[in-house]
Ligand binder design. Structure first.
Ligand code: KG4
Ligand code: ZN
Length: 337
């Protein structure tokens, strides 16, 4: 079964072709970074318009470089939510129009399910059950995954998502959008021990997160310390280590309470090298298998949507022709395969 995946939930147009027998055949990504850079963050209206401009030309380009054509498709998977409503509607509308024209099903996919299953695109794929640490710009959660669609949220953030905290802290440090990777780059030349940062909510039981205090802590530091390059790098390194430590502590708790021995890291912050190496080290010590997607499949992409869609379409699910977009959508409401 050959499935086209279309991701347009935020500021990246992601497309991919996934085949149930041959695996990932093609993927293409167009990032809107330049569109939003002047504004210091994503402008929803501009995001929607840019998806509208770019999706079809990018699809043509991807199909021709893969030597494929629309007639070969057996189904389409698009991101139905959560995300920016205007951006989601572009992907949903294009998918449904193609599905109608080609007489094939188009299925709406939960963006976080895409992230969560993305490590399965890799050779060292995790096996069910596993605990997933989902860390993106909009979400931070620990999920117990029994099978495709069987998701129990063990804990999530009470305020900012981890990626959001990276982005806001980067802004305080005068770094351009998108802040997360920029902050990580600056942190490489910093001394993480110079400034003490809290590890929020690790002094009490539970799997909830809270990252807004770290941002406030950084703001105060920026007000009292010199703004020279080394100081900013030291603040960035201290902040990054605090986030990574906090995530690692909660992962250990989730692994202990669930009894799982497999941990999956996914979502944009999963591309962070400090987080990846910290959890790989911890996994080695604890005897867990730790899996994560290649960095470009941690951040938003079409491959994860094509893969999730292929699993569901193969299991017999099919969408109707209605154009659905859900800005908010609980992961626990999904149908179990
Ligand atoms: O999954 P994603 O691409 O989009 C959402 O679904 O939100 O995640 C984007 C988030 C942004 O907040 C971005 O700053 C963060 O992931 N991010 C990083 C890194 N790469 C992306 N944060 C820290 N270190 C990175 N290397
Ligand atoms: Zn995402």
């Amino acid at each position: 079964m050959l499935v086209l995946g279309i991701e347009t939930s935020c500021d990246e147009t992601g497309l991919a072709l996934f085949d149930s027998r041959r695996g990932l055949l093609a993927d293409a990504l167009y990032s809107q970074v330049e569109v939003h850079a002047d504004y210091g963050g994503v402008v929803p209206e501009l995001a929607a318009r840019d998806h509208l401009r770019k999706t079809v030309p990018l699809l043509r380009q991807m199909l021709s470089s893969a030597g494929a054509n629309l007639a070969q498709l057996d189904g389409i998977a698009y991101t139905e939510g959560p995300g920016l409503i205007g951006a989601l509607l572009v992907g949903a509308s294009i998918s449904q129009a193609l599905a109608l024209a080609l007489d094939i099903p188009a299925l709406g996919i939960h963006h976080m399910e895409g992230h969560l299953l993305a490590p399965m695109l890799e050779e060292q794929a995790p096996e069910f059950p596993f605990v997933a640490l989902l860390v993106s710009g909009g979400h931070t959660m620990l999920v117990l995954v029994q099978s495709v669609g069987d998701y129990e949220v063990l804990g999530e953030t009470l305020d900012d998502a981890a990626g959001e905290a990276f982005d806001k802290t980067a802004k305080l440090l005068g770094l351009p959008y998108p802040g997360g990777p920029e902050l990580a780059r600056l942190a490489q030349s910093g001394n993480a021990d110079r400034f003490q940062f809290p590890r929020p909510m690790t002094d009490r039981p539970g799997l909830e997160f809270s990252f807004s205090g770290l941002k406030t802590h950084t703001r105060k530091l920026c007000q009292t310390e010199d703004g020279d390059h080394q100081t900013r790098a030291d603040i960035a390194a201290g902040f990054e280590l605090a986030v990574v430590d906090t995530l690692a502590i909660k992962c250990r708790r989730a692994m202990q309470s669930s009894g799982c021995d497999q941990l999956v890291i996914a979502g944009g912050v999963g591309a962070n090298q400090s987080l990846r190496s910290k959890l790989a080290q911890l996994g080695q010590k604890q005897g867990w298998q730790v899996s994560y997607p290649r960095p470009e499949f941690c951040t938003d992409n079409g491959a994860m949507i094509a893969f999730a869609g292929c699993q569901r379409l193969q299991a017999g699910q099919s969408g109707d022709l209605s154009i659905n977009a859900r800005p908010r959508w609980s992961l626990e409401l999904l149908e179990t395969l």
